[in-house]
Write a protein that binds this ligand. Sequence first.
Ligand SMILES: Cc1cc2nc3c(=O)[nH]c(=O)nc-3n(C[C@H](O)[C@H](O)[C@H](O)COP(=O)(O)OP(=O)(O)OC[C@H]3O[C@@H](n4cnc5c(N)ncnc54)[C@H](O)[C@@H]3O)c2cc1C
Length: 432
Amino acid sequence: MSNKKIVILGAGLAGLSAAWHLQKKKIECSVFEKEPAVGGLCRSKKIKGFIFDCDGHLLHFRNKYTLQLVRMLLKGNLVSHKRSAWVNSFGIFSRYPFQANLCALPRPIAKECLFEFLKASQTYQDNTPDNLLKWINITFGKGIARHFMIPYNEKFWTVPLDKMISAWTDNFIPVPRPSEVIEGFFAENKHHFGYNATFWYPRQAGIGQLPLAFEQQLCNVHKGFGISAIDIQKKELNVAGKEKIKFDTLISTIPLPELAKIIRPLPGNIMDMFKKLRWNSIFNLNLGVEGGCQEGRHWIYFPHKDTVFFRVGFFHSFSNNTVPSGKSAIYTEVAYSKNRPVNKNKIIPKIINGLKTRGILGKKNRVSVLDINDIKYGYPIYDKYYLQATAAIGEFLSHNNIIACGRYGSWKYMSMEEAILDGRRVADKIIR
Ligand SMILES: Cc1cc2nc3c(=O)[nH]c(=O)nc-3n(C[C@H](O)[C@H](O)[C@H](O)COP(=O)(O)OP(=O)(O)OC[C@H]3O[C@@H](n4cnc5c(N)ncnc54)[C@H](O)[C@@H]3O)c2cc1C
């Protein structure tokens, strides 16, 4: 048993996983969570019989260890699904990924996408493109870029793509081979592309069951206790503006911009690095509706500006236990940022109108429940300052015995699986 005091900030998946891996090895630690419940972004709530997650949250496993861990935690409450994902553009639905399923598109558009892709794939590139826009054009050619990749990514990231780097794309954007793009030009592609071709989801009670299962196996999880100040010289935390507690090692999963507000003293050059961090926010509107809706489809991408949302998904397709009998549940996602704000007084009618004009909500689908999750920290933006700022902040934190962990603690485009693995990485580091 360690006599060093280890404190974990935040009981999202990363903080819970760090605590679970430490406590499994009989190393004491305490977790402080500002909200009254664990889970962070990975939580669910029940409203009038509908189980809504905080936006769509599906488990994708690249790693056997995580699948086994989650299976053990959820004790059979886990079902695997083959993705049925779609893109809505040019008035039709084509299968995701767009770049590998050109067959459903109007012929001139499909031809342009194919020819430009083949042209790009034959052009020798001897250097890595220095921005996302160039990466898209070089990787997919000007057709796929113009008709999907550029509008979708601009809508999603909310910033010009030539201001972003492409360091995050490997894990998230599937790049098919020329033969596969040709195959998809003639018929729907049989290959399963990308990290999310299969996903897992609880049979009962939504994705929030996962953090609850972690919590059941843990001691010293203090909910409703936000950390309001961190004195790195005294190694002392201020809990909820009242109690002070000491730490030897601090694991922080709270978003870096929030950490900058409470950590003292903070040298000017490091403060400047924190100020360089950028992110988008996600306005998530969940809807409970009467009647069936888009049966068999899991989610749909909307790349163009004519709809306010960039993606819409269907909780009832992940598990029909998430809705009362004869009803459906939809999640919608709108990205915004300082660079591209949204008017929150007008956004809900805009979303509902968009759902109607795109045929997602039909005449029989009366909306009976609305649930809003305004997610301030959505996706860290990988701009030209990203690498310099995160490296300098990471070094400063580690010099002060603060281990950055999780999606917002490490400031990375991380999935739930990666957040769990990051918690394990940090625990292993301490154990070693
Ligand atoms: C819109 C959206 C959709 C996503 N969809 C998917 C998906 O389908 N599949 C997937 O695998 N991943 C998805 N993700 C990613 C996934 O949500 C995250 O990787 C994971 O939940 C991050 O866990 P975390 O513990 O790192 O962070 P969080 O879940 O953010 O946990 C941080 C915790 O810190 C707490 N906290 C903050 N400040 C303080 C403070 N001062 N004191 C104490 N506690 C504090 C917060 O309340 C929170 O509980 C999605 C993310 C977003 C934004």
